[in-house]
Every structure is written in structure tokens, then in C-alpha cells.
Design a protein around this ligand. Structure first.
Ligand SMILES: O=C(O)[C@H](O)[C@H](O)COP(=O)(O)O
Ligand SMILES: [Mg+2]
Length: 305
């Protein structure tokens, strides 16, 4: 096995890498796709791994979709996947509230986020409000300034990526978080995410408005934190010695792999760059890196399967 940071760049490297692992855990945004566009040869590479008897697990911080919706998205790209092989930060947050917090049935979670969070809370039988409710997607009125107040029935504020974030939601979440007993949870705190070949503000850039205004420090449940791996290991058994995490972000994916004691491969199709990992002051280093995941397919392309 290689001893230091290794760029995979030829068929021998790809073959040696593939032969070193049994379980391949894949981040999604920036590794498999940008938005709804697959990155080059993603499907062929996943198919090659299956042909070689490898296990594939998907692990995404994107809380906008539930595991069910991700299964549909993967299948829409002809990538077969079982719901139990997909782990999203919305799922991790719902499991945490149910199994760790033992969230009281008479309380609700105020959601700053999309249907992914709502669906996973529903699956765990946890009541919620906000989220995709059209009433929360309205401008603040003068009456709202009058009426907004703490609500003891709100036991937690859970914040993820919210493509409809607005001042009204910010004020509601802020108001509920004035009660120190109200839990402040994040599905993830990614500053940005890659889409359409560019970067856009991520969930962490949304929740930072709450962190800054409330002065409270939230608990984040996605990568790089341990809750996500706890969820995976509660469902699936695999040998960590023969597992590798493949991601595009140093501060979430690669750090998650390190925190989970598994090897890591950074792809250069997402957020983190080669310059960052070659810098003298690089703090988080993957074990391997590669230009794009589809390069691994070249072993098949040349018939060297
Ligand atoms: O919440 C966000 O900012 C993005 O959805 C998240 O960064 C993307 O998740 P990934 O699949 O890269 O973990
Ligand atoms: Mg990513």
C-alpha cells in the first residue's frame, strides 16, 4: 500500500486502488454529479465496482432529499441502489432525534429546510412544522413582528439546505432558539456545494445566520461528525480496514473518513482543490486523490477488467 498522499493517474494505479478495498462509500454532490448532471463515466464506474463484487454505500450531507428520493434520483440515472445503502444528513438527524434525544412525542421540530428533512422526520414519527409550509415562505408582515413569540411546543430547530430560506423563517427559528431548552441542530454545516460547474452557498451558510444572530452553537449531525457513521454502522456491517470514502470536500468528506478510521480518496470535481492538498500548510489530507471518479473506469475501458 502507498505510504503518503498518492495521486491515482494510470491504469495500474486504478487497478491497485480498486483491488485494495471491498467497500466504497461515496459522497454525492461533487463526486457523482453536479445538481442533476452526472459527472463523466460515473455510472460506468459504479457498474464496474459492482461487476468486481464491491459494496457501494452513498453518504451525502445534502438534506434536501430523503433516502427514498435519493434512490429515485440514482435510478433516474440508471444507477441501482437500495434505500438501506443510502445515508443522508436528514436521515442522520431524524435518527439522532429519535434514538439519542428520545424527542418527546408532544413536541415539534421547527424545520429550516426542504422535503428531505420532513420525510425523514415523518419516517421516525417526529412531528415538525416550518420546512416546505407555504405559510413560512411568505414575507414578514407588521403583524408577524407583533405576534412572533417563543413556543414551548417547539423542542428543536433543525436547519439544513433551504432553497426557499427567507427572513420570516430566520425570525421564527431565531425566536424559538431564544429558549435555551430548544435544541439547535444542523443536518450539516457545509459552507458551499458544487452545482453546474460552480459553487453555491450550502447549508452551513444558511445556518450561520442563526448561529450569528442567536450566539448559540448548534450540533451538526452530518459529515464529518460521528452521528452519520453511527447510522451507517447501525444498519450495515463492513470491514473498515477494507473500506474507502470517496469525497470532494476536505473539511467534511475526508475529515469524516479520518474520524471514522477509514481510508479516503479525494476527487477534484467538487469543492476542494489539488492546490489545497499540495500546500505546505495543508491540515486535512486524503490518502489518495484523482481528477474525477470516472477515471477509474479506464481499467474497463481498456478491457483490463
Ligand atoms: O447542504 C449542502 O450544503 C449541500 O447539499 C452539501 O454540501 C452536499 O452534500 P454532499 O453530497 O457533497 O455531501
Ligand atoms: Mg460533496
Amino acid at each position: 500500500m502507498w505510504t503518503k498522499l498518492k495521486k491515482l493517474q494510470n491504469v495500474d494505479d486504478y487497478n491497485k486502488f480498486l483491488d485494495s478495498f471491498e467497500t466504497f462509500l461515496f459522497d454525492c454532490d461533487g463526486v457523482l454529479w453536479h445538481g442533476n448532471t452526472l459527472l463523466p463515466r460515473t455510472r460506468e464506474t459504479l457498474d464496474l465496482l459492482k461487476k468486481r463484487g464491491k459494496r457501494i454505500i452513498f453518504v451525502t450531507n445534502n438534506s434536501s432529499k430523503s433516502r427514498k428520493s435519493y434512490k429515485k434520483k440514482l435510478e433516474s440515472h440508471e444507477i441501482p441502489a437500495e434505500e438501506d445503502e443510502i445515508f443522508g444528513s436528514a436521515y442522520a438527524a431524524a435518527v439522532y432525534l429519535k434514538q439519542v434525544v428520545k424527542f418527546p412525542s408532544e413536541q415539534k421540530v421547527y424545520v429550516v429546510g426542504e422535503e428531505g428533512i420532513e420525510a425523514e422526520l415523518d419516517a421516525e414519527g417526529i412531528a415538525h412544522c416550518g420546512g416546505t409550509d407555504p405559510n413560512d415562505r411568505q414575507p414578514m408582515t407588521a403583524e408577524d413582528f407583533e405576534t412572533f413569540d417563543q413556543d414551548p411546543s417547539i423542542g428543536a430547530v433543525l436547519c439544513g439546505i433551504d432553497f426557499h430560506f427567507n427572513y420570516l423563517k430566520l425570525c421564527k427559528a431565531f425566536t424559538y432558539l431564544q429558549n435555551s431548552k430548544t435544541l439547535f441542530l444542523l443536518t450539516n454545516d457545509d459552507s458551499t456545494y458544487p452545482s453546474h460547474g460552480k459553487k453555491f452557498p450550502g447549508a452551513g451558510s444558511i445556518s450561520s445566520s442563526l448561529t450569528f444572530s442567536t450566539g448559540r452553537t448548534p450540533k451538526s449531525l452530518g459529515k464529518p461528525y460521528s452521528t452519520m457513521m453511527d447510522c451507517i454502522e447501525a444498519k450495515l456491517k463492513f470491514d473498515k480496514e477494507k473500506a474507502v470514502f470517496i469525497g470532494d470536500r476536505l473539511d467534511t468528506d475526508i475529515l469524516f473518513a479520518k474520524n471514522s478510521n477509514i481510508k479516503s480518496l479525494l476527487v477534484l470535481t467538487g469543492v476542494s482543490t489539488e492546490r489545497e492538498i499540495l500546500a505546505d500548510d495543508a491540515k486535512i489530507l486524503p490518502d489518495f486523490y484523482i481528477n474525477q471518479i470516472g477515471d477509474l473506469y479506464q481499467v474497463d475501458d481498456k478491457g483490463n477488467v
